[in-house]
Design a protein around this ligand. Structure first.
Ligand SMILES: [Zn+2]
Ligand SMILES: [Zn+2]
Length: 298
């Protein structure tokens, strides 16, 4: 069986009014149709977790994660361990995140972010689950805090990596994985492409971070897991291997990091018609995705 995983998406943030007025089962069916086998759906506050968990419940092969996002500290300024803990103990929850530091959009809340991030690294140790880290213009503090709180013991991933090679190197040195989103396909993403060339295949993950950051050639529309194939094809070209091989390698990395058995449940078991979704014919799907399913991006 072959695997293809979107390691970071926010299905609960999709407008679900995008192309063809898609419902969640349709979004999942579209991902399934491009060969996607698994997804990791991420909640950014403990409050967000329960409704998100309910929404993904019918779909085998969609894992969950929960953390307090650095940009959500206004909504959850005094979040409590006892609110986050039950989310982390849920059977489908494979990681603590996303958490981290964002000085690009919220430099003024630096002290609160540092406190929140440090508490979450400690909690990840307590529950023994890896971290999903969001870092924007906070290179130094992120690495320092991860080191100070021994994040290496639980491991984790730098999601939606958009930093320099030096940051990638520092994170790899701590045993972390690096996940690439559609940013790697952007014209202005040369630093990210440089990092992607540098990161070894056995430490690489791939994600959409949807509904944000749709990759070229679908930039500007609402992102969804099916579009992960563009990032996959682009990265495969960059690394000089086939998309199928890269899908399998990144899926294997995903299983190793999040300690999951991909064979035990998969979107391949999802029966779209049982939820009232009409199967898309390949022609219609290719139009929906704007290019032939077999065409590489570069
Ligand atoms: Zn993020
Ligand atoms: Zn995210």
């Amino acid at each position: 069986m072959s695997y293809f995983v979107d390691s970071h998406c926010h299905l609960n943030s999709l407008s679900l009014q995008g192309k063809a007025g898609a419902t969640l089962p349709e979004i999942v069916a579209r991902a399934q149709a491009v060969g996607m086998s698994h997804m990791l759906c991420v909640a950014c506050t403990p409050q967000e977790y329960a409704p998100m968990r309910e929404a993904i419940a019918p779909f085998p092969g969609i894992y969950s994660a929960c953390g307090v996002h650095p940009l959500n500290l206004e909504e959850a300024p005094n979040w409590k361990e006892e609110e986050l803990l039950p989310c982390l103990q849920d059977a489908r929850c494979v990681a603590l995140g996303e958490t981290g530091l964002d000085y690009h959009y919220a430099a003024e809340s630096r002290m609160a972010q540092l406190d929140s991030f440090a508490r979450q690294i400690d909690m990840a140790q307590e529950v023994g689950k890896p971290l999903i880290v969001h870092a924007r213009q906070a290179h130094h503090d992120t690495v320092a805090l991860l080191k100070e709180h021994q994040a290496r013991d639980v491991g984790g991933v730098m999601h939606c990596f958009c930093d320099e090679v030096s940051m990638a190197r520092a994170c790899l040195d701590m045993g972390f994985y690096i996940s690439f989103s559609g940013i790697v396909t952007f014209k202005a993403g040369e630093n990210v492409r440089e990092a992607a060339r540098y990161v070894p295949l056995d430490r690489m993950l791939i994600e959409t971070d949807c509904p944000y950051l749709a990759p070229v050639p679908v930039r500007g529309v609402e992102n969804e897991p099916a579009f992960c194939r563009y990032t996959l094809e682009f990265l495969a070209c960059l690394k000089g291997i086939s998309a199928a091989v890269l899908a399998d390698i990144t899926a294997k990395n995903f299983a190793e990091l999040f300690k999951v058995n991909l064979a035990s449940s998969s979107l391949a078991d999802f029966n779209a018609s049982s939820l009232g979704v009409k199967a898309l014919n390949p022609y219609k799907l290719e139009r929906l995705l704007n290019c032939p399913l077999s065409t590489a991006v570069c």
